[in-house]
Write a protein that binds this ligand. Sequence first.
Ligand code: FES
Length: 163
Amino acid sequence: MDTVSELIKNLADQHGRSRYNLLPILQGVVEQEKYLSESSMIEIAKELEIPASDVYGTATFYSFLEYKKMGKYIIRVCKTITCSMKGKNQVLLAIEDMLKIKVGETTLDGTFSLLQTNCLGFCHKAPAMLINNDVFTDLTPEKVREVLSQYLSKKQEGGQNGN
Ligand code: FES
């Protein structure tokens, strides 16, 4: 059995095998694999004995369940109203300009993916974004460039250590 099949079996053992347990299983796969491949979705459907279309429908409904291969760091910029009014577009442009990708794309080296998301619950500190599970608030183009530079130097250090 490959590691994804094993992971799905373990998650089904842990959460249960009914369609009500679908979401935590999908989240578990994304946490480990960073995205839901077509074969993972088919495997989950088999394990839970539900139609693959149900798994696909749920996966595409939630914006936090990626079904495309994503970069090591997933940037999610809030696109909801408060962040939009407080300069989200300038922040997004600064990211696109620095990483040379558009929303929905991944850098060629697979380090960053750029997405937009709905309200992150930090409207009082808008604009806000997530990089994986870390929250960044009160963003400006300058601040976002600083944050990304830190991630880029982390990546370079990781590369030097062979990670
Ligand atoms: S509107 Fe962006 S965090 Fe709420």
